[in-house]
Write a new protein. Sequence first.
Length: 215
Amino acid sequence: MGYFKKLLLAVVFIVSAGCAQSMPDTEEGAFFGASIEKNKKTLLDTKQCIQCGLQGVDLTGANLTRVDLTNVNISGTNFTGAKLPHANLSNTNLRGLDFHGADLSGADLTGADLSNCNLKGATLSGAKLLRALLFGSDLSNTTLYHADLQDVNLVAPDSSVTQSSFNLDGANLSGANLKGADLSKASVKGTILKDAKDLTAEQKADLQKRGAIVN
């Protein structure tokens, strides 16, 4: 009798385990969604979310002053019109994100990957963009007053990628540090480069010829 009781208990355990493993994916998805929303709340409340996931979160117009987004997964996150002054985004993967109209003044974007981003109309005055990747990005009507663009990379590593999409039309780079920056393939119609630093006479002449305002 004891043998059959143990056998019955074993069968019940196996069936129960099988049922648990076959739970619908919707519950897992709901848990994941709830976790993302919790992370979003943490970010908005504390201005940081250490090693958490924020992928696909809508942060349109959010106040993220001095936020720290290093070591955070923000793939697919929408920053349209967000307020990010003095944010820490150094060495962060921001590839293809939407920062249209966002305020990134004074932000640290050193070494950040901003390739193929929408930065149209964004404010990056005083931002640190040293060694940042900007190829394929739209910076039309962007304000980069006194931004530091030392050794910024505007050229895609794949030579087959065209640079025609890199747009600086109407952007304000007055006083910007452009040491080592290559603007030879950027669209610069109406781009303001007054008092921009480390531009050679040859570069100034070329930029002016292509529609930039140099003097």
